[in-house]
Ligand binder design. Structure first.
Ligand code: F6R
Length: 610
């Protein structure tokens, strides 16, 4: 996720900014930059890659007492020097750093270009600095220019702006992306999280949505977008650096599980069209026809991403009526796969660097079929080597076990399904609208699950010493059972298997006794009655049944030892909800067993070996 740090005071801003950016490195980033203001001139230094590289560059420029710095996690445009922040206006007077997404950046760019502004980067942020420049040329006041500009902006922002012509202030604003102001002695700081400023001060003021801060060396003034003054007491931070980096959570994995309302919102942001019940993904515009007219999709992935692909198969075959084959990337490559004209290959990868997936997509390309990506890390090798694609925008995933990336992959597969199904007319406009409406409700429903983790924690306590687990689901929730089992194996080292619930009687049922917990996903869909029979089979052999359910009826209540209730949604979206209790169950079991949750043994975040 992008990081922000700004400084004004007596110290050497070069050092404060670089040190602050280093503190933000844990969030993940792919380029970094600073703007330093001295002698009525702004020097901008930026580079792809690490902050240490920026540090070397910064030592060669003039000292400054005011400046802004940024680490960028690419969303719009590759991680290049020109796309790195800060961005400058046309005249070199105004510099900006920005976290968030400006949704109407294309419309703003068209308008500003017609007014004579020249754009240099592919970022959404650049529209913002030219817009501020436009208002500055009319007001000659940076604070007013920012305030006016933000009224024309759709989207989210945490931003800091400075101008060579007003060398004593930083102007910051927030909507949806956090900003915290650090209050020092003859100095003030601003950052996207407190870890970047805690070395200088522990007295802070958090900026709220739709607020602007004008920060000078000795003062901080808060206002709303209507120019009304806001009074807010400073808070004193008592927690340590590590706690701040984890956003107050004990582990990155728990933080990332809890980010899912936001990451799902980000995956859908700007991509849903309510009126016509269809989706719109910029990265697929040029290949729309190829996708819509494809005869078959072949999806390649590994691990958790492979589970997402399996969910995609259920969804796309049911709604878009397109045959889908899902392959382990590592197997695809060596089995002389048959690809034909009309095939479209998709590679799904969180990191975009998994060698098995990369090798498989290179193999697929040899057949001349189009290869598209569903990737999290912008500018990663898979993103670069595919012909087109969709970013899932989950932000950096630091916990080795994938959680938020999985649900964002499902969100994007649903967007692709919606696009293809509507274009192929296998669903009506009305059905499309219903799906969009349900998609919009997902973040709130995820939050409901996250707000009720007590029962999951107590189940974890009861079963933390189990040696084996079974995970069972049907239909679109069968891959979720696989994912639940994988999560448990990875971080708690308990042996776990996932099966389609009905497959149990063909073998695995032999394992069941009163020591075996069986986790069922039994939502209120067409498979409910069948799953109840499968649950009965386990109960008859004294297995302990834990059920993820929507609205449990008396039959289920009688059979289950524990029920974890989740909100109802339509079947194709249900895996985005049903997997969350499974992520949490694995997490709490692993914690209670004393395992290293964020860095489980033998595992790496990005598997770049075959
Ligand atoms: C499981 C997990 C792995 C990855 C797999 C593919 O929690 O993280 O199974 O899903 O290594 O990685 P990506 O998606 O980066 O290609």
């Amino acid at each position: 996720m992008c990081g922000i740090v700004g400084y004004i005071g007596d110290k050497d801003a070069r050092e404060v900014l670089v040190e602050g950016l280093k503190r933000l490195e844990y969030r993940g980033y792919d380029s970094a930059g600073v703007a330093l203001l001295a002698n009525n001139r702004i020097d901008v230094l930026k580079t792809p890659g690490k902050v240490t590289k920026l540090e070397e560059m910064v030592s060669g420029v003039q000292q400054a007492k005011i400046g802004i710095g940024h680490t960028r996690w690419a969303t719009h445009g590759e991680p290049t020097t020109v796309n790195a922040h800060p961005h400058m206006d046309c005249t070199g007077n105004i510099a900006i750093i920005h976290n968030g997404i400006i949704e109407n950046h294309s419309a703003l760019k068209t308008k500003l270009t017609s007014l004579g502004h020249t754009f240099r980067s592919q970022t959404d942020t650049e529209a913002l600095v030219h817009l501020i420049e436009e208002f500055y040329s009319r007001t000659n006041n940076l604070e007013m220019a920012v305030r006016f500009a933000l009224k024309d902006v759709d989207g989210t922002f945490g931003l800091v702006v400075m101008a060579a012509s007003e060398p004593d202030i930083l102007v910051a604003a927030r909507r949806g992306s956090p900003l915290v102001i650090g209050l020092g002695e003859s100095e003030n700081l601003i950052a996207s999280d407190a870890s970047a400023l805690i070395r200088h001060t522990r007295n802070v003021i958090y900026l709220h949505d739709n607020e602007i801060a004008v920060i000078t060396r000795n003062d901080v003034a808060l206002k709303n977008l209507d120019d009304e003054t806001i009074e807010r007491e400073a808070e004193h931070l008592t927690f340590d650096l590590e706690q701040i980096e984890k956003g107050g959570f004990d582990h990155f994995m728990l933080k990332e599980i809890n980010e899912q309302p936001e990451t799902i919102r980000n995956a859908f942001r700007g991509r849903l069209i309510e009126e016509t019940g269809i989706s719109n993904m910029g990265g697929l515009h040029e290949v729309d026809d190829k996708i819509t007219n494809a005869k078959r999709f072949v999806i390649l992935a590994c691990g958790t991403s492979w589970h997402a692909a399996l969910v995609g198969k259920y969804i796309l075959e049911q709604y878009a009526k397109i045959p889908v084959e899902v392959d382990y990337a590592s197997e695809f490559r060596y089995r002389n796969p048959v690809l034909m004209e009309g095939d479209v290959v998709w590679a799904i990868s969180q990191s975009g660097e998994t060698l098995d997936t990369l090798a498989a997509l290179r193999e697929a390309r040899k057949s001349g079929v189009p290869v598209y990506g569903i990737v999290n890390v912008v500018g990663s090798t898979i993103a670069r080597e595919t012909d087109a694609g969709v970013y899932i925008h989950a932000g950096p995933e630091i916990g080795v076990a994938s959680t938020k990336a999985f649900t964002s992959q499902l969100a994007v597969l649903n967007l692709i399904n919606l696009l293809v199904a509507r274009k192929r007319k296998t669903i009506s406009e009305e059905q499309g609208r219903e799906i969009v409406a349900e998609m919009r409700k997902l973040p709130g429903k995820i939050q409901q699950i996250l707000d009720n983790t007590g029962v999951i924690e107590s189940i974890a306590e009861e079963f933390k010493d189990s040696r084996n687990f079974l995970y069972l689901g049907r239909g679109v929730n069968f891959p979720v059972a696989l994912e639940g089992a994988l999560k448990l194996k990875e971080i708690s080292y308990i042996h776990a298997e996932g099966y389609p619930a009905a497959e149990m009687k063909h073998g695995p049922i032999a394992l069941i006794d009163d020591n075996m917990p069986a986790v069922f996903i039994a939502l209120g869909d067409s498979t409910y009655d069948k799953i109840l029979s499968n649950i009965q089979e386990v109960r008859a052999r004294k297995g302990n049944v834990i059920v993820i359910a929507n609205e449990p009826d008396s039959r289920l209540k009688e059979l289950a030892r524990h029920i974890i209730q989740i909100p109802k949604t339509i079947d194709i979206l249900s895996p985005i909800l049903s997997v969350i209790p499974l992520q949490l169950l694995s997490y709490y079991i692993a914690v209670k067993r004393g395992c290293n949750v964020d860095q489980p043994r033998n595992l790496a975040k990005s598997v770049t070996v075959e």
